[in-house]
Design a protein around this ligand. Structure first.
Ligand SMILES: NC(=O)c1ccc[n+]([C@@H]2O[C@H](COP(=O)([O-])OP(=O)(O)OC[C@H]3O[C@@H](n4cnc5c(N)ncnc54)[C@H](O)[C@@H]3O)[C@@H](O)[C@H]2O)c1
Length: 329
């Protein structure tokens, strides 16, 4: 079985997914569309695919899977158009730039026969998979600290335009809201300080979270740092034991009682593997070929936006905001 795949948005992530998918023998990338003709043609030519002027013509040509890698504002509309035609969707995060749009997509994704997944690549990154293994072995986090200090708020330029990206909470922190719940426990309450130095939109966040199992955590995030590694990190603290995740490169695990620190080093892996793109896209293809399910449901993607909105509300109103329990996977 060969799956016909189309790429919508031939920028940085369009190229990344195309390069990963083109290596999969079950895939043929048949079309590429981009608002910029030149970009569509350049990527399509390199793949032996057809360049299309827009989503409509890309879908009309016939697809099994649409990969949505446009700026965020177009994610919901493109996903819905594909799902309505019975085409499976792999959409970059966030699933939408508003909660109502996200709910509409979630509903469409839940219809019989629909296949939809949002690219939360960190779930497939070897460092975070390793942490999940340590949790399965019995490590129980009591305090969790996440940090995302990156320099990306001007690259590409649309990222700092809230009308296009949905803002920093939607564009970037959704990854960490998902990780917090995946690695610790459901978030039951958030408080949040938010500031907007250097840009019109808020881009400095200090978020405190209470987890449903009694653990507590924090996320500090900014978009005007540099990419000096590790631009992101996580630290889980248990009963005199620690797990430290340094970027997507390395995990250090100190189990306490004088035991030696165990290190999982992923820094030598190729980028597409280290960042989880390879396994993520392979799982999507496997699910389509064999009828399996994705590890990341539409309802989960919606949950990341619900947490983002709770943080925005907490910052606006200067108070703690409670969250309902998340979906059970
Ligand atoms: N998961 C990750 O690690 C990760 C990393 C970076 C970006 N992203 C996400 O990937 C998506 C794309 O980001 P990027 O960095 O590739 O951006 P980009 O600006 O490099 O590429 C976007 C492309 O979409 C095209 N485009 C704009 N409007 C369009 C439209 N209406 N129809 C078709 N094409 C259109 C642009 O011309 C451009 O070529 C974003 O949603 C972003 O949040 C994810």
């Amino acid at each position: 079985m060969t799956l016909r795949v189309g790429i919508l948005g031939a920028g940085h992530m369009g190229r990344t997914h195309a390069e990963v998918l083109a290596r999969d023998g079950r895939v043929r990338i048949t079309g590429v569309a981009d608002a910029d003709d030149g970009r569509a043609r350049q990527l399509a030519d390199g793949l032996g695919a057809t360049a299309h002027r827009d989503l409509e013509t890309l879908l009309k040509a016939g697809l099994d899977l649409l990969v949505v890698t446009t700026p965020n504002r177009f994610h919901a509309e493109a996903s819905l158009a594909a799902l309505e035609r019975g085409v499976a969707v792999l959409c970059e995060k966030p699933m939408a730039t508003s909660l109502p749009d996200a709910r509409t997509v979630c509903e469409a994704a839940g219809r019989p026969g629909a296949s939809y997944v949002v690219a939360h690549n960190r779930r497939h990154a070897p460092v975070y998979r390793h942490v999940r293994g340590l949790l399965r072995e019995g490590f129980a986090p009591l305090l969790a600290s996440f940090r995302m200090h990156e320099g990306d708020y001007r690259t590409p330029p649309w990222v700092s335009d809230r009308a296009v990206s949905g803002g920093f909470l939607y564009e970037n922190l959704v990854h960490f809201f998902d990780l917090m719940e995946w690695l610790v426990a459901p978030i039951s309450e958030v408080t949040c300080l938010a500031r907007g130095p250097l840009y019109d939109d808020l881009n400095d966040f200090v978020i405190a979270a209470a987890f449903a199992d009694g653990a507590v955590g924090a996320l500090t995030a900014t978009g005007h740092s540099t990419w000096t590694p590790p631009a992101e990190s996580a630290e889980l603290v248990g009963d005199h034991a620690t797990i430290i995740v340094e970027g997507l490169d390395r995990v250090r695990h100190a189990s306490g009682n004088g035991a030696p620190i165990r290190v999982k080093d992923c820094s030598g892996l190729p980028r597409e593997e280290r960042w989880g793109y390879l396994d993520q896209d392979r799982e999507v293809i496997e699910a389509l070929c064999a009828g399996g399910s994705h590890c990341f449901s539409a309802r989960r993607a919606l949950r990341t936006l619900e947490i983002a909105e709770a943080c925005a509300q907490a910052a606006r109103e200067g108070r703690a905001v409670r969250l309902a329990a998340p979906p059970v996977d």
